[in-house]
Design a protein around this ligand. Sequence first.
Ligand SMILES: Nc1ncnc2c1ncn2[C@@H]1O[C@H](COP(=O)(O)OP(=O)(O)O)[C@@H](O)[C@H]1O
Ligand SMILES: [Mg+2]
Length: 256
Amino acid sequence: MEIYTKLHHLIKPFSKVISVWDSSPQAILMNDLKSTLKEDIRYQSEKDKRTLIKKVLRRLAVLHSTSFSETAIDLPNYQITSQWHEWCSDQLIRLCSRNHWANSNWIKVIDYAYDQLDLTNYKQSSPQVLTHEDPHFENIFYRDEWVWFIDWEWAAIASPLRDITILCQDLYDIGLIQFVRESYQEILKNNKLHIPSVDYLRDFNYLYIHHTTMMLAWEIEKYFQGHTTEEQVQVMINFKIREIKRITNETLIFYH
Ligand SMILES: Nc1ncnc2c1ncn2[C@@H]1O[C@H](COP(=O)(O)OP(=O)(O)O)[C@@H](O)[C@H]1O
Ligand SMILES: [Mg+2]
């Protein structure tokens, strides 16, 4: 409620909010946007997926280029902390103690990434912009030929790559992840927001590893709570661990 009241003028073009009442009884009235992107994208062809993802990226680029007065909107500045690394290690330890198929090397992969890249002390290199902070596919809709975002409660000032690497968390396809990384950089070239390539790629990689770690912990939590099956969580863990390994190695070779 606080965010919608404070940012109403900035997020209105992206949110389909009709009205906000911030006195008791507090309420937000918004259009019914029907199915989320997670449902829409599931049965689409590779080509249609790319087209839709590009529309989302273009819309995020507009959000990220919004000019605002920092003092007027008074939002937190996002910084990486040790929280997700610690949570993910704890989750993996719990998983290993309960399931014979869990692999204790998974913990080493994450520790290696945080240690070698000194991830917890990483300073974002890109300009600090207005970000949604949680644009995963269940917070995005495609309706009336336009992309809409809900659930703005974590909105903050951060590198635009924070949103982009959160978006990647619902993709289990290296080709699509590379597509997102390249497309967004291309879109920014035609936008007001210029980020030197080395800064762009460094922010992408560090934030991608950090968010993949966060989502890994979260997916394990959903498994513990009975929302996902053993087979599903295994696919997700294997993919995310491979991604953390792949991007850690790439970063150590090119940007460190
Ligand atoms: N305007 C809307 N139109 C259609 N579905 C919605 C809308 N708002 C929320 N939902 C559905 O409810 C879910 C949870 O809403 P959300 O505001 O994201 O809460 P949470 O903070 O629990 O994620 C969304 O993922 C979506 O499925
Ligand atoms: Mg949500």
